[in-house]
Write a protein that binds this ligand. Structure first.
Ligand SMILES: Nc1ncnc2c1ncn2[C@@H]1O[C@H](COP(=O)(O)OP(=O)(O)OP(=O)(O)O)[C@@H](O)[C@H]1O
Ligand SMILES: [Mg+2]
Length: 323
Protein backbone atom coordinates (compact mmCIF):
# COMPACT_ATOMS: atom_id res chain seq x y z
CA UNK A 1 0.00 0.00 0.00
CA UNK A 2 1.46 3.39 -0.99
CA UNK A 3 1.42 5.93 1.84
CA UNK A 4 -0.43 9.16 1.09
CA UNK A 5 1.72 11.41 3.23
CA UNK A 6 5.32 12.54 3.09
CA UNK A 7 5.54 12.48 6.87
CA UNK A 8 6.85 9.58 8.84
CA UNK A 9 3.83 7.60 10.01
CA UNK A 10 3.90 4.85 12.61
CA UNK A 11 1.39 2.04 12.32
CA UNK A 12 -1.20 3.09 14.87
CA UNK A 13 -2.54 -0.26 15.96
CA UNK A 14 0.25 -2.69 15.29
CA UNK A 15 2.46 -4.08 18.02
CA UNK A 16 5.69 -5.77 17.10
CA UNK A 17 7.28 -8.63 19.00
CA UNK A 18 4.57 -8.95 21.64
CA UNK A 19 2.51 -11.87 20.38
CA UNK A 20 3.36 -14.16 23.30
CA UNK A 21 2.68 -11.50 25.91
CA UNK A 22 -0.67 -10.57 24.38
CA UNK A 23 -1.65 -14.22 24.33
CA UNK A 24 -0.67 -14.71 27.97
CA UNK A 25 -2.70 -11.75 29.20
CA UNK A 26 -5.70 -12.65 27.06
CA UNK A 27 -5.70 -16.19 28.40
CA UNK A 28 -5.73 -14.96 32.00
CA UNK A 29 -8.64 -12.68 31.27
CA UNK A 30 -10.68 -15.38 29.57
CA UNK A 31 -10.72 -17.81 32.44
CA UNK A 32 -14.19 -17.94 33.87
CA UNK A 33 -15.27 -18.56 37.42
CA UNK A 34 -11.79 -18.88 38.90
CA UNK A 35 -10.03 -17.09 41.77
CA UNK A 36 -8.92 -13.56 40.98
CA UNK A 37 -5.85 -13.14 38.83
CA UNK A 38 -3.14 -10.53 39.04
CA UNK A 39 -1.12 -9.78 35.93
CA UNK A 40 2.00 -7.85 36.85
CA UNK A 41 3.50 -6.04 33.86
CA UNK A 42 6.89 -4.48 34.33
CA UNK A 43 9.50 -2.94 32.08
CA UNK A 44 11.52 0.19 31.51
CA UNK A 45 9.77 3.37 30.41
CA UNK A 46 8.79 3.13 26.75
CA UNK A 47 8.96 -0.66 26.44
CA UNK A 48 5.24 -0.73 25.66
CA UNK A 49 3.45 -1.72 28.87
CA UNK A 50 0.53 0.65 28.38
CA UNK A 51 0.05 -0.01 24.71
CA UNK A 52 0.21 -3.80 25.20
CA UNK A 53 -2.56 -3.81 27.79
CA UNK A 54 -4.69 -1.29 25.91
CA UNK A 55 -4.50 -3.55 22.90
CA UNK A 56 -5.55 -6.54 25.01
CA UNK A 57 -8.35 -4.39 26.45
CA UNK A 58 -9.72 -3.63 22.98
CA UNK A 59 -9.75 -7.33 22.22
CA UNK A 60 -11.53 -8.12 25.50
CA UNK A 61 -14.18 -5.47 24.94
CA UNK A 62 -14.78 -6.86 21.46
CA UNK A 63 -15.40 -10.23 23.09
CA UNK A 64 -17.81 -8.71 25.57
CA UNK A 65 -15.50 -8.92 28.59
CA UNK A 66 -15.61 -5.90 30.85
CA UNK A 67 -12.32 -4.01 30.81
CA UNK A 68 -11.81 -0.72 32.62
CA UNK A 69 -8.66 1.28 33.15
CA UNK A 70 -7.17 4.05 35.21
CA UNK A 71 -3.76 5.60 35.30
CA UNK A 72 -1.80 7.04 38.21
CA UNK A 73 -0.16 10.34 37.54
CA UNK A 74 3.24 11.60 38.60
CA UNK A 75 2.55 15.29 38.28
CA UNK A 76 -1.21 15.57 38.24
CA UNK A 77 -3.73 15.49 41.00
CA UNK A 78 -2.60 13.99 44.25
CA UNK A 79 -6.17 13.04 45.05
CA UNK A 80 -6.20 9.57 46.58
CA UNK A 81 -7.68 6.76 44.49
CA UNK A 82 -7.47 8.85 41.29
CA UNK A 83 -6.78 5.91 38.95
CA UNK A 84 -9.26 3.62 40.68
CA UNK A 85 -11.92 6.34 40.50
CA UNK A 86 -11.26 6.97 36.80
CA UNK A 87 -11.58 3.27 36.03
CA UNK A 88 -14.82 2.76 37.92
CA UNK A 89 -16.33 6.00 36.62
CA UNK A 90 -15.73 4.49 33.19
CA UNK A 91 -17.60 1.41 34.30
CA UNK A 92 -20.53 3.54 35.49
CA UNK A 93 -20.63 5.26 32.10
CA UNK A 94 -20.81 1.83 30.52
CA UNK A 95 -23.66 0.74 32.81
CA UNK A 96 -25.55 3.94 31.99
CA UNK A 97 -25.31 3.10 28.30
CA UNK A 98 -27.01 -0.31 28.70
CA UNK A 99 -30.61 -0.91 27.82
CA UNK A 100 -33.21 -0.49 30.55
CA UNK A 101 -33.36 -4.18 31.57
CA UNK A 102 -29.62 -4.61 31.83
CA UNK A 103 -29.25 -1.28 33.61
CA UNK A 104 -31.82 -2.35 36.21
CA UNK A 105 -29.94 -5.63 36.76
CA UNK A 106 -26.67 -3.83 37.39
CA UNK A 107 -28.39 -1.26 39.58
CA UNK A 108 -29.94 -4.00 41.66
CA UNK A 109 -26.61 -5.77 42.13
CA UNK A 110 -24.81 -2.57 43.08
CA UNK A 111 -27.46 -1.13 45.39
CA UNK A 112 -27.88 -4.47 47.18
CA UNK A 113 -24.13 -4.73 47.71
CA UNK A 114 -23.60 -1.21 49.00
CA UNK A 115 -26.75 -0.96 51.12
CA UNK A 116 -26.71 2.01 53.50
CA UNK A 117 -23.01 2.67 52.93
CA UNK A 118 -23.16 3.70 49.26
CA UNK A 119 -22.26 7.28 50.16
CA UNK A 120 -18.74 6.15 51.14
CA UNK A 121 -18.11 4.92 47.64
CA UNK A 122 -19.79 7.88 45.96
CA UNK A 123 -17.16 10.06 47.66
CA UNK A 124 -14.51 8.24 45.64
CA UNK A 125 -16.46 7.30 42.50
CA UNK A 126 -18.73 10.34 42.05
CA UNK A 127 -20.55 8.98 38.97
CA UNK A 128 -21.92 6.16 41.10
CA UNK A 129 -24.62 8.55 42.22
CA UNK A 130 -26.21 8.19 38.77
CA UNK A 131 -26.92 4.58 39.64
CA UNK A 132 -27.66 4.69 43.35
CA UNK A 133 -29.27 8.14 43.46
CA UNK A 134 -28.38 10.50 46.34
CA UNK A 135 -27.65 8.57 49.55
CA UNK A 136 -27.78 9.68 53.19
CA UNK A 137 -24.43 10.38 54.84
CA UNK A 138 -22.81 7.52 56.73
CA UNK A 139 -22.06 7.99 60.42
CA UNK A 140 -18.37 8.69 61.07
CA UNK A 141 -16.16 6.31 63.05
CA UNK A 142 -12.48 6.28 63.99
CA UNK A 143 -10.07 6.77 61.07
CA UNK A 144 -8.89 3.16 61.29
CA UNK A 145 -12.39 1.72 61.36
CA UNK A 146 -13.32 4.05 58.53
CA UNK A 147 -10.50 2.78 56.40
CA UNK A 148 -11.42 -0.86 57.08
CA UNK A 149 -15.07 -0.16 56.40
CA UNK A 150 -14.23 1.50 53.10
CA UNK A 151 -11.97 -1.34 51.96
CA UNK A 152 -14.55 -3.93 52.95
CA UNK A 153 -17.24 -2.03 51.07
CA UNK A 154 -15.08 -1.76 47.97
CA UNK A 155 -14.55 -5.51 47.97
CA UNK A 156 -18.30 -6.02 48.22
CA UNK A 157 -18.70 -3.65 45.30
CA UNK A 158 -16.24 -5.66 43.20
CA UNK A 159 -17.96 -8.89 44.16
CA UNK A 160 -21.22 -7.43 42.90
CA UNK A 161 -19.63 -6.64 39.54
CA UNK A 162 -18.00 -9.98 38.91
CA UNK A 163 -20.12 -12.67 37.32
CA UNK A 164 -18.76 -16.22 37.20
CA UNK A 165 -19.51 -16.45 33.50
CA UNK A 166 -17.91 -13.12 32.67
CA UNK A 167 -14.62 -11.91 34.20
CA UNK A 168 -14.17 -8.27 35.10
CA UNK A 169 -10.79 -6.79 34.19
CA UNK A 170 -9.31 -3.74 35.90
CA UNK A 171 -6.14 -2.25 34.42
CA UNK A 172 -4.18 0.12 36.63
CA UNK A 173 -1.37 1.84 34.81
CA UNK A 174 1.76 3.46 36.25
CA UNK A 175 1.43 1.88 39.67
CA UNK A 176 4.85 3.24 40.59
CA UNK A 177 2.98 6.48 41.26
CA UNK A 178 0.06 5.03 43.21
CA UNK A 179 -0.85 6.97 46.37
CA UNK A 180 -0.76 5.16 49.71
CA UNK A 181 -4.57 4.96 50.08
CA UNK A 182 -4.85 3.22 46.72
CA UNK A 183 -2.06 0.86 47.67
CA UNK A 184 -3.85 -0.04 50.93
CA UNK A 185 -7.04 -0.70 48.98
CA UNK A 186 -5.24 -2.81 46.38
CA UNK A 187 -3.55 -4.75 49.12
CA UNK A 188 -6.91 -5.51 50.72
CA UNK A 189 -8.33 -6.57 47.34
CA UNK A 190 -5.33 -8.71 46.39
CA UNK A 191 -5.31 -10.52 49.73
CA UNK A 192 -9.03 -11.28 49.65
CA UNK A 193 -9.52 -15.01 49.00
CA UNK A 194 -13.19 -14.58 48.09
CA UNK A 195 -12.90 -12.48 44.95
CA UNK A 196 -13.47 -14.58 41.86
CA UNK A 197 -13.63 -13.84 38.15
CA UNK A 198 -11.73 -10.64 38.73
CA UNK A 199 -8.47 -9.76 36.99
CA UNK A 200 -6.22 -6.90 38.03
CA UNK A 201 -3.62 -5.96 35.48
CA UNK A 202 -1.05 -3.66 37.04
CA UNK A 203 1.71 -2.01 35.09
CA UNK A 204 4.72 -0.58 36.77
CA UNK A 205 8.14 0.69 35.78
CA UNK A 206 10.91 -1.35 37.28
CA UNK A 207 14.01 0.71 36.71
CA UNK A 208 16.36 1.41 39.64
CA UNK A 209 14.30 4.34 40.83
CA UNK A 210 11.13 2.31 41.25
CA UNK A 211 12.53 -1.17 41.91
CA UNK A 212 11.21 -1.36 45.46
CA UNK A 213 7.97 0.56 45.16
CA UNK A 214 4.98 -0.67 47.21
CA UNK A 215 3.24 -2.44 44.31
CA UNK A 216 6.32 -4.50 43.45
CA UNK A 217 6.78 -5.34 47.13
CA UNK A 218 3.13 -6.35 47.36
CA UNK A 219 3.51 -8.75 44.44
CA UNK A 220 6.57 -10.30 46.11
CA UNK A 221 4.61 -10.63 49.36
CA UNK A 222 1.61 -12.25 47.63
CA UNK A 223 3.88 -14.79 46.02
CA UNK A 224 5.27 -15.74 49.40
CA UNK A 225 1.77 -16.08 50.83
CA UNK A 226 -0.80 -18.38 49.29
CA UNK A 227 -1.42 -16.32 46.20
CA UNK A 228 1.39 -17.51 43.97
CA UNK A 229 -1.01 -19.28 41.62
CA UNK A 230 -2.88 -16.03 41.05
CA UNK A 231 0.10 -14.05 39.80
CA UNK A 232 1.42 -13.82 36.27
CA UNK A 233 4.55 -11.79 35.71
CA UNK A 234 5.30 -10.19 32.38
CA UNK A 235 8.58 -8.33 32.21
CA UNK A 236 8.70 -6.50 28.91
CA UNK A 237 12.15 -6.46 27.39
CA UNK A 238 13.25 -4.14 24.60
CA UNK A 239 12.36 -5.42 21.13
CA UNK A 240 14.67 -8.00 19.57
CA UNK A 241 16.53 -6.93 16.44
CA UNK A 242 14.24 -9.02 14.26
CA UNK A 243 11.15 -7.23 15.64
CA UNK A 244 12.74 -3.84 15.14
CA UNK A 245 13.35 -4.89 11.54
CA UNK A 246 9.67 -5.80 11.19
CA UNK A 247 8.68 -2.46 12.63
CA UNK A 248 10.93 -0.51 10.26
CA UNK A 249 9.81 -2.53 7.25
CA UNK A 250 6.20 -1.64 8.09
CA UNK A 251 7.01 2.02 8.65
CA UNK A 252 8.88 2.31 5.35
CA UNK A 253 6.60 -0.04 3.41
CA UNK A 254 9.37 -2.29 2.21
CA UNK A 255 10.87 -5.73 2.68
CA UNK A 256 12.63 -6.75 5.81
CA UNK A 257 15.98 -7.17 3.94
CA UNK A 258 15.95 -3.58 2.82
CA UNK A 259 16.08 -2.16 6.32
CA UNK A 260 18.81 -4.37 7.74
CA UNK A 261 21.50 -1.65 7.98
CA UNK A 262 19.00 0.87 9.34
CA UNK A 263 17.80 -1.72 11.85
CA UNK A 264 21.34 -2.18 13.14
CA UNK A 265 21.74 1.54 13.58
CA UNK A 266 18.38 1.92 15.30
CA UNK A 267 19.00 -0.95 17.70
CA UNK A 268 22.42 0.42 18.42
CA UNK A 269 21.05 3.89 19.24
CA UNK A 270 17.86 2.92 21.06
CA UNK A 271 18.52 -0.47 22.61
CA UNK A 272 15.28 -1.67 20.98
CA UNK A 273 12.98 0.39 23.23
CA UNK A 274 9.94 1.20 21.05
CA UNK A 275 9.44 4.73 22.38
CA UNK A 276 13.09 5.59 21.68
CA UNK A 277 12.89 4.02 18.25
CA UNK A 278 10.06 6.38 17.36
CA UNK A 279 11.87 9.38 18.80
CA UNK A 280 15.08 8.48 17.03
CA UNK A 281 13.36 8.09 13.66
CA UNK A 282 11.50 11.38 14.13
CA UNK A 283 14.79 13.13 14.93
CA UNK A 284 16.30 11.71 11.74
CA UNK A 285 13.31 13.05 9.86
CA UNK A 286 13.51 16.48 11.50
CA UNK A 287 17.19 16.73 10.61
CA UNK A 288 16.28 15.70 7.07
CA UNK A 289 18.53 12.71 7.31
CA UNK A 290 15.53 10.58 6.65
CA UNK A 291 13.67 11.98 3.67
CA UNK A 292 10.74 11.01 1.54
CA UNK A 293 11.87 10.53 -2.03
CA UNK A 294 9.17 9.53 -4.48
CA UNK A 295 7.63 6.36 -3.18
CA UNK A 296 10.53 5.47 -0.91
CA UNK A 297 12.64 6.98 1.82
CA UNK A 298 16.22 8.18 1.57
CA UNK A 299 18.59 8.05 4.42
CA UNK A 300 22.07 9.46 4.10
CA UNK A 301 24.35 8.81 7.02
CA UNK A 302 27.12 10.95 5.56
CA UNK A 303 25.24 13.93 6.94
CA UNK A 304 25.10 12.59 10.42
CA UNK A 305 27.22 12.04 13.40
CA UNK A 306 25.88 8.50 13.35
CA UNK A 307 28.13 7.83 10.39
CA UNK A 308 30.71 5.95 12.39
CA UNK A 309 28.08 3.40 13.33
CA UNK A 310 27.86 2.02 9.82
CA UNK A 311 30.53 0.96 7.35
CA UNK A 312 30.75 3.75 4.76
CA UNK A 313 27.42 5.35 4.08
CA UNK A 314 24.13 4.09 3.01
CA UNK A 315 21.42 5.71 0.96
CA UNK A 316 18.12 4.12 0.47
CA UNK A 317 16.35 5.47 -2.57
CA UNK A 318 12.95 4.40 -3.76
CA UNK A 319 13.10 1.17 -1.88
CA UNK A 320 16.72 0.09 -2.32
CA UNK A 321 19.93 0.65 -0.48
CA UNK A 322 22.96 2.02 -2.34
CA UNK A 323 26.33 1.61 -0.67
N1 LIG B 1 5.69 -3.55 20.52
C1 LIG B 1 5.51 -2.32 20.01
N2 LIG B 1 5.37 -2.13 18.68
C2 LIG B 1 5.18 -0.88 18.19
N3 LIG B 1 5.12 0.23 18.93
C3 LIG B 1 5.25 0.09 20.26
C4 LIG B 1 5.46 -1.18 20.87
N4 LIG B 1 5.56 -1.01 22.19
C5 LIG B 1 5.44 0.30 22.41
N5 LIG B 1 5.24 0.97 21.26
C6 LIG B 1 5.09 2.42 21.13
O1 LIG B 1 6.09 2.99 21.97
C7 LIG B 1 5.58 4.08 22.71
C8 LIG B 1 5.74 3.82 24.20
O2 LIG B 1 4.87 2.77 24.59
P1 LIG B 1 4.14 2.80 26.01
O3 LIG B 1 3.65 4.17 26.32
O4 LIG B 1 3.15 1.71 26.01
O5 LIG B 1 5.36 2.45 26.98
P2 LIG B 1 5.32 2.24 28.54
O6 LIG B 1 6.12 1.02 28.84
O7 LIG B 1 3.92 2.25 29.02
O8 LIG B 1 6.11 3.49 29.07
P3 LIG B 1 5.95 4.29 30.47
O9 LIG B 1 6.62 3.45 31.53
O10 LIG B 1 6.68 5.57 30.22
O11 LIG B 1 4.49 4.50 30.71
C9 LIG B 1 4.13 4.23 22.26
O12 LIG B 1 4.08 5.23 21.25
C10 LIG B 1 3.77 2.90 21.70
O13 LIG B 1 2.79 3.00 20.70
MG1 LIG C 1 2.86 3.51 30.21
Amino acid sequence: MTPITDRLVFPATELFGRVEQQKTVLEKCHKRGIAKQIVHVTGLSGTGKTVLIKKVGEELLRKGILFIEGKFDQTGSRAPYSAVAAAFNEFITWVLSRDRTEFEQWKHRIVSALKEEAELLIDVIPDLIHITGPRPPVSPTSPMAEKNRFEYLFKRFIQALTLPENPFVLFLDDLQWADSSSMDLLRAICLDPKLNSFVIIGSCRNNDRYADNPWILLIDELEKKDHKGEITRIDLQPLAQHDVGEMLARIFHCDHDEVVPLTELVVNKTGGIPMLIKEFLLSLETKKILKKNGTGWTWDVRKTRYRSLLPGYAVWTAGSWIF
